[in-house]
Write a protein that binds this ligand. Structure first.
Ligand SMILES: Cc1cc2nc3c(=O)[nH]c(=O)nc-3n(C[C@H](O)[C@H](O)[C@H](O)COP(=O)(O)OP(=O)(O)OC[C@H]3O[C@@H](n4cnc5c(N)ncnc54)[C@H](O)[C@@H]3O)c2cc1C
Ligand code: FES
Length: 255
């Protein structure tokens, strides 16, 4: 069930340079699953459209969102202060199919601003073995301490300042990490490379896609992605990221 409500900001801080954390008290938290997201309404009512932000953590009635300031909407989010009201709608989307990891070796991958949605996943997943691989640009390892509390974490940095020099796949190959299932969130080039890697190794991979969104409820078709198979009803190779996604089996989407 989607909830649309005025929630209370309980914490609003800059976590690291340009990356902010918003903790809010909302009933959405009780319903949220890893990989789902919420639509957050900017403070300035002239910015009409809400912006999608993934669930980073959900506990009781508290939701933690972590976002990068990218433009006008997210800049306004960064102005929210403790005890202010913020309008939110959610939880939205399918979320990660965590049951697919039962009895298997799972690798969770987060790259850049795709790191936050992996945190709740790493807390909830039940698998034979779990390794989390996080990719950052440099030694600004936001959320790393939170991951260390709940999973075996491997780091890759583009500049080589921490962990493996390179990207998440460089780290997986260098460390000989093997798995049966992958769950990933991050920039499109990373997701494309994971799709290719999973195909070569015959690994099931679930990837979380990002598209620009307007309504967030499946009505505007602003967020469609290309799928390999035709949709049964519309007979086109399209799926709405906000409704059928944001998580897709990599082999089923054309990215
Ligand atoms: C399902 C989903 C979950 C997301 N979760 C998070 C999250 O947890 N943390 C986070 O920081 N961001 C997340 N995003 C991205 C976030 O929604 C956008 O950065 C935000 O909407 C930008 O709004 P803006 O008004 O600040 O910037 P705008 O002025 O609208 O855009 C600024 C720049 O960002 C680009 N951009 C805008 N929207 C997107 C998008 N959806 N994907 C890629 N590029 C975009 C624009 O092309 C432009 O270059 C998520 C997006 C989706 C679809
Ligand atoms: S954002 Fe409108 S259909 Fe997905």
């Amino acid at each position: 069930m989607k909830i649309y409500e005025k929630a209370k900001v309980t914490k609003a801080i800059e976590l690291s340079k340009g990356i902010f954390e918003l903790r809010i008290k909302t009933n959405i938290a009780k319903e949220a699953k890893p990989g789902q997201f919420v639509m957050v309404y900017p403070k300035d009512k002239s910015t009409i459209l809400p912006r999608p932000i993934s669930i980073c953590e959900a506990e009781g009635d508290l939701l933690r969102l972590v976002y990068r300031v990218a433009g006008k909407g997210t800049k306004e989010f960064s102005l929210y202060e403790e005890n202010e009201d913020v309008t939110v709608m959610g939880p939205i989307g399918n979320g990660f199919p965590i049951e697919k990891a039962l009895g298997k070796k799972a690798v969770l991958i987060g790259g850049g601003i795709g790191v936050p949605p992996i945190l709740q996943l790493s807390k909830e997943i039940k698998a034979k073995e779990v390794t989390t691989v996080l990719g950052y640009r440099n030694n600004d390892l936001f959320l790393k301490d939170d991951f260390d509390k709940c999973s075996n974490t491997v780091i890759a940095t583009e500049d080589g300042s921490v962990g493996t020099k390179g990207n998440v796949l460089t780290a997986i190959k260098e460390q000989g990490i093997e798995c049966d299932v992958i769950f990933a969130c991050g920039p499109m080039p990373m997701l494309r490379a994971i799709k290719q890697y999973a195909k070569e190794k015959n690994i099931e991979a679930y990837i979380s896609l990002e598209e620009r969104m307007a309504c967030g409820v499946g009505a505007c078709l602003g967020c469609v992605c290309k799928t390999v198979k035709k949709d049964e009803h519309s007979h086109v190779n399209n799926a709405r990221v906000c409704t059928e996604g944001p998580v897709f089996l990599a082999s089923e989407v054309d990215i």
